[in-house]
Design a protein around this ligand. Structure first.
Ligand SMILES: C[C@@]1(CC(=O)O)c2cc3[nH]c(cc4nc(cc5[nH]c(cc(n2)[C@H]1CCC(=O)O)[C@@](C)(CC(=O)O)[C@@H]5CCC(=O)O)C(CC(=O)O)=C4CCC(=O)O)c(CCC(=O)O)c3CC(=O)O
Ligand SMILES: NC(=O)C1=CN([C@@H]2O[C@H](COP(=O)(O)OP(=O)(O)OC[C@H]3O[C@@H](n4cnc5c(N)ncnc54)[C@H](O)[C@@H]3O)[C@@H](O)[C@H]2O)C=CC1
Length: 212
């Protein structure tokens, strides 16, 4: 069994091809749009939700059956049709063109999978079962949503703000002490309870106590 290497890829303003226009294609397109991809959908017909995205100019649509010429400079290719032969053809063409390809009806034909994703500001948690059970990936994502709530966004924004400051103001041993203190749960709990100003105070006090 192949194991897949997880990475985070920048697809902002990059061309992505989606073959097929049903609900599954639409789910992939919706996620891809969140990351700023330039999407071309190729499909004789598309569902209402995708039509709305096309009408609003979020992606383009070529109303035709897939042919090899549809693969141009795309950084990712998704084959989302209900036709096994078409999906197989897209997979073969994409691989021949060295394009990473995702085939929705057959994990064995994918060179990459789409994980179930939880985002909280700068935090991204991606869950993959390597094709064994997308439903379990989804359930784990839902479980994680309960553990990592919206407070993670403000929490990470705060830590991001302090990072360069700590790097330049404290020696390594004190940096470790600083990060241990501000990530020990107290600051996060304060933010969770709507007490952001107090959380900021705790961090400031910790910083002051470590200055020479
Ligand atoms: C291999 C993979 C390829 C790929 O698409 O990348 C793939 C393949 C297949 N999915 C199928 C079915 C379903 N997929 C979902 C949902 C998701 N599927 C996603 C990913 C992946 N699906 C990749 C593996 C990821 C991994 O294993 O970790 C998620 C995580 C991401 C996303 O698509 O955005 C998203 C959840 C997002 C979220 O909620 O967070 C649901 C549930 C639902 O729709 O509610 C069902 C119905 C229930 C069921 O059947 O389990 C079928 C059978 C089709 C049939 O029987 O006709 C195949 C084909 C096969 O397995 O043969
Ligand atoms: N990977 C995943 O997450 C999941 C995958 N699936 C699989 O995904 C497949 C697609 O699911 P749905 O979107 O519900 O199917 P659907 O039947 O609603 O849509 C299929 C789309 O493919 C298009 N199409 C057909 N022939 C084409 C061609 N030659 N060129 C370009 N486009 C073509 C159709 O016009 C239609 O828009 C299903 O067959 C199922 O096996 C189902 C659920 C989840």
């Amino acid at each position: 069994m192949t194991s897949y290497y997880p990475i985070s890829v920048d697809i902002g303003n990059k061309p992505v091809l989606v073959v097929g226009g049903g609900p599954v294609a639409c789910r992939k397109v919706t996620t891809l749009l969140e990351y700023g991809a330039q999407i071309k959908v190729v499909s004789p017909e598309i569902c209402e939700e995708l039509q709305a995205l096309v009408d609003q100019g979020y992606c383009s649509w070529a109303a035709k059956s897939y042919t090899i010429e549809d693969i141009q400079e795309e950084v990712l290719v998704f084959s989302c049709t209900d036709m096994e032969q078409v999906n197989e053809q897209v997979a073969r063409d994409a691989r021949a063109n060295f394009r990473p390809v995702n085939v929705v009806d057959d994990p064995g034909k994918c060179s990459f999978f789409v994980p179930a994703v939880l985002r909280r500001g700068d935090l991204t948690i991606a869950v993959s079962t390597g094709g064994s059970s997308p439903l379990v990936a989804r359930q784990i994502r839902i479980d994680l949503e309960k553990i990592y709530g919206p407070e993670m966004k403000e929490y990470l924004e705060l830590l991001r703000f302090w990072r360069p400051k700590i790097k330049s103001a404290l020696v390594p041993a004190k940096r470790i002490a600083f990060w241990a203190k501000v990530t020990n749960g107290e600051v996060l709990t304060l933010i969770k309870n709507g007490r952001l100003p107090r959380a900021k105070e705790v961090i400031e006090t910790c910083f002051q106590s470590l200055l020479d």
